[in-house]
Design a protein around this ligand. Structure first.
Ligand code: DAH
Length: 339
């Protein structure tokens, strides 16, 4: 019996199989109810008592080894077939998921780049401001509606802290610290107490520009505006200035550009006027210069301010303002090529 067990042992160690079927056949041959090893187990009864111990051990070893070998064969055959299924040589590689710049960042950068080419440098100021920098220094009357709780977010009642409603506050901050010539562009986020809808949000973004020097005239302002409009919206773009009012500029104007969708012929976007409004501007009121410690008789300046969302809408026809702050990647991915 020992001889038989040894013979089977060496046979089992050399087992080979090419398919699952062959492995199953081997299992049946050795380990099934009628298998060779099971038969030996049955014959064990007849082994002489003095040999039982040695034969029993050997027999158990044989059974264990046979099971191990069959499991090994099964495992390697499973791995092989899994490898074969995974390997699709026709498949293209996974695309790299590249992030995109936010449309407002793209447009902010474009605006700042245009003004940088004219020598403007970037200035920034705090979003949490005080009354002086946002309103008083800029000639807002005590009873101006912008100072009302309904229009402005106050950080704490009774305290002189509020969220800036426009980036014009940065003008004051720079003029307080610097004597002319001043040539700055101030991009930033601003806050207004508005009900959120497709056309209004409680926060949005502005870019402000300010130039103060000797002999700055309205003609200088107009030339810069024309240059900006053509650079931003194309060389065929025309501008028109309409008289307006801002407390901190005199005279003040609003600028329209010829509708960049219909080329000025009239369409639903420009309400069939051929023009769309894009910014406010004017000559800095001398009293604002004086408020900031700049001699209003020696120096003059112009200022302009625009909403980045508005410019972005004109460039990309975004119909709902809320899309800008929802972080929906389906929307953001549309700007992949604009970077
Ligand atoms: N601060 C104005 C606003 O938020 C925009 C503006 C208008 C800025 C005229 C200016 C300006 O510098 O000259 O509506």
């Amino acid at each position: 019996m020992l001889n038989k067990i040894n013979a089977l042992l060496s046979e089992i160690m050399d087992l080979r199989a090419d398919s699952n079927k062959e492995i199953e056949d081997l299992r049946i041959k050795y380990l099934s109810k009628k298998g060779e090893i099971t038969q030996l187990m049955n014959d064990f009864r007849n082994v002489a008592v003095e040999e039982k111990r040695a034969v029993g051990q050997k027999l158990n070893e044989l059974k264990k080894k046979a099971q191990q070998r069959i499991n090994q064969l099964k495992e390697s055959s499973e791995n092989q077939s899994a490898d074969a299924e995974d390997l699709d040589l026709t498949r293209t590689s996974y695309p790299y998921l590249v992030g995109t710049r936010h449309p407002l960042s793209i447009v902010r950068k474009e605006i700042c780049d245009i003004f940088a080419r004219l020598g403007f440098s970037i200035a920034e100021g705090p979003e949490i401001e005080d009354d002086w920098h946002v309103f008083s220094s800029l000639n807002f009357a005590e009873d101006h509606p912008a100072r009302d709780m309904q229009d402005t977010f106050f950080v704490k009642q009774g305290k002189d802290l509020l969220l800036r409603t426009h980036t014009s506050s940065v003008q004051t901050r720079v003029m307080e610290k610097t004597q002319p010539p001043i040539r700055i562009i101030c991009p930033g986020r601003v806050y207004r107490n508005e009900a959120i809808s497709y056309r209004a949000h409680c926060f949005f973004h502005q870019v402000e520009a300010l130039y103060v020097n000797k002999n700055v005239s309205f003609a200088d302002l107009r030339q810069v505006l024309l240059f900006f409009a053509k650079e931003m919206f194309g060389q065929d773009t025309e501008i028109r200035l309409r008289p307006s009012f801002f407390p901190f500029t005199e005279p003040s104007a609003e600028m329209d550009i010829s509708c960049n969708l219909c080329g000025g012929k009239g369409c639903p976007f420009c309400k069939h006027t051929g023009w769309v409004e894009i910014l406010g501007c004017g000559m800095v009121d001398p009293s604002v210069l004086e408020n900031c410690g700049i001699d209003g008789k020696t120096y003059s300046g112009y200022a302009l301010g625009m909403g980045i969302e508005r410019i972005t809408n004109l460039k990309y026809q975004v119909k709902d303002l809320r899309l800008f702050s929802e972080n929906d990647v389906r929307f953001l991915r549309k700007f992949e090529s604009a970077i």
